[in-house]
Each structure stands twice: as C-alpha cells, then as structure tokens.
Write a protein that binds this ligand. Structure first.
Ligand code: ASP
Length: 344
C-alpha cells in the first residue's frame, strides 16, 4: 500500500537541542536528524524533511511564519497530504494561531515540538513527531486548519495553551478540551471544531506593533499609557471577565482614542463578559469606553489576531466584527467570509 506523502519542516526548539558540558543546550539538529531518530516513522508516511531554521521558540517571528506558510503551500502543491512544523514549544500557542488564521488549504498543518531534549532520559520529541505525522496523514484531519499535537493529544490552534514549564503534558485546551487523541497509530477525533474563514496573508513589510499589557493589583496604568503611545494596538489582559482598577478607566479611554484596544482576560480560561458588571473599570464600562471584548480568545491569541487585522488595514468596525465572530461573543460576517461556521 502506498504511504501518504507528509512534508516536515523544522524551525528549531528543544526537540532539536543538544549540548555538552556546562554551556547548556541549543538548537543543532536538522529535520533529517529528527526524522531518523523516530522508530516506525518511515512506515507511517513518505517524508520530505526540510530545515527552515534552527532557532529557539522565543526568537521566532512573523517572518519565520511567512516562510513556513510559503513552504507548506508549496509542499501541498507538490502532493503532500499534510505538513508538520517542528518548533520550540515556548511560542507554539501563538505561532500555530497565526498559521491557522492564514492557512488557506484543506490539508492539515500540524505543529509540534518537545518539552525534553533529545539527550534527556525519556525524551518526548520522537513520540510527538510520530503522532504529528500520523495526524498530518490522517484524512479526518482535513479541513481543520492548524493543529497542535503534543503528548498524543490533538489541539485546535485557536484554543491551545502552554500551561506548564517542563511537563510533557504541558499543553491544554481550556474550556472546550482537546479535539482528539493518537491511539495505536491512528487519530481518534471526539470533538468538532468548525474553521473560521481564512484571513488573507498581509503584504510583506513591518508587522504592526501590538502590545500585550496585563493589569495587576494596584496597577497605576503607567504601562498601559506608555503602550498606547508607542504601539499600533493593545491587548489588555484584565482581571476575571475583563476588569481593571477604577483608576485605570480614564487611561483605557485615552488608549482607545488612539489605537484599537482589545479586552481579554488574564485568567487563562473562559470568556470575557459584556453585560454583567456595572462598576467603573468593569467590562461594561471598558466596552462603553471603546474596548473590544476578546470573548474566548486569550490575550496571546488576541494579540496575533489584532496584528493580522491591523496589517490588513481593516476598519475598526471590522476588527470588532472579527473579534465577535472569532471570540464567539457575536455572530457576523468576517473579513474573508467564505461561509464558514461561527462556532467556538
Ligand atoms: N522550552 C522550549 C521548547 O520546548 C524552548 C523553545 O521554545 O525553543 O522547545
């Protein structure tokens, strides 16, 4: 039986990191090195491995993601059933969402990495790579956009979060759960996720500067005011369902007068509210002052979405509609409305 063609690109990350002595580990292995270290992988798929970068996740940027999208599109044009991107786990929750927003193909784009280095006792990289390739080759993964596969679980890019510094089970999908599990070399999907319409990839050039500001106990608003003066947009991670101290409400008004301000939650799970609390600095107050509620999108994902929307140059009402649809607090058309469902 012929094996599905799967293209795999490495950007670096712990999964590629080696070292000796006291200098610590750093990215060194190539995509071909990674593939050759996984037992059974050659039986699962016909692999084409490419090294796009050898960077830690912390140093990846929008330019790397653009290269990644171009490589992935070229791979599916050349016949790949799916593609796998290997990278540092530190930024997967952001990069995977960027890729998901702009991945205009039915073939699955699967992102994976490792929490332990190849030299650790019990590295998780080979198992993650195997599960990612299985997921990319799986026909049931088609049409799901970008997926994150770690620890034999499959996550939707728009939900996944890294919530542990070192555990192999560091990735979770708060609220709605994982999409599926890899079991005995097959993916078993149990949760559906309808894709949101794909956004066009903005023209190359400097990406908008979007600040992510988390409020905190006794916040004086200095950082928010600075961010509003220096950036093209702000994501404000508020308390609970989207609150800041009353003393910051005026700073939020000043910020929304300058740039789009998206109001997310710093809690890490759940949706912002829109019509519950009425005190100064509450979500109702901040929305009345022009803040855009993020709904179920967390602050990191909100920052990615706002950056792409600003790069596309869409008007404010469109930004509001996109957050309403993608954050699931409203129904409405989106920038690239292709008839997709508005489900969470
Ligand atoms: N700890 C990270 C990783 O899991 C390091 C990185 O993101 O490069 O890959």
């Amino acid at each position: 039986m012929s094996r599905p063609l799967v293209a795999l690109a490495s950007l670096g990350g712990t999964i590629t990191m080696t070292g000796s002595g006291t200098g610590g580990v750093s990215p060194s292995l190539t995509a071909a090195d990674l593939v050759s270290a996984v037992p059974g992988l050659a039986d699962a798929a016909d692999l084409r491995a490419t090294t796009l970068a050898t960077s830690p996740g912390a140093s990846l940027g929008t330019a790397d993601m653009r290269r990644c999208l171009a490589w992935a599109a070229e791979s599916v044009r050349a016949g790949a059933a799916g593609v796998v991107v290997v990278q540092g786990t530190d930024t997967i929750e952001e990069t995977a969402y960027f890729l998901d927003l702009h991945w205009d193909h039915d073939e699955p784009l699967v992102v994976t990495g490792a929490m332990r280095t190849p030299q650790a006792a019990g590295p998780d990289g080979p198992a993650n790579l195997y599960a990612a390739v299985i997921t990319a080759a799986e026909p049931a993964s088609r049409g799901l956009g970008a997926l994150v596969v770690m620890n034999d679980t499959v996550h939707a890019a728009r939900r996944v979060r890294k919530c542990h510094t070192s555990a192999p089970q560091a990735f979770v999908s708060p609220g709605f759960g994982v999409l599926g599990h890899v079991v005995e070399g097959r993916v078993r999907y149990g949760n559906a996720v309808a894709r949101h319409p794909v956004l066009p990839l903005p023209q190359e050039g400097p990406h908008p500067r979007v600040a992510m500001v988390e409020t905190c106990f006794d916040d004086d608003g200095g950082l928010l005011a600075y961010a509003a003066a220096q950036h093209d947009g702000i994501v404000l991670a508020g308390f609970g369902v989207g609150h800041v101290p009353a003393a910051l409400a005026g700073t939020v008004s000043a910020a929304t007068a300058r740039v789009p301000v998206v109001l997310a939650s710093r809690t890490g799970a759940g949706s912002t509210a829109r019509e519950t609390y009425g005190f100064a600095g509450s979500e109702r107050d901040l929305i009345a002052r022009g803040a855009i509620p993020a709904g179920f999108l967390d602050a990191r994902k909100s920052r990615i979405l706002l950056g792409s929307l600003l790069a596309l140059g869409v008007p404010h009402e469109r930004i509001l509609a996109e957050f309403g649809a993608r954050g699931a607090w409203a129904q409405g058309p989106t920038v690239a409305d292709s008839g997709g469902s508005e489900s969470v």
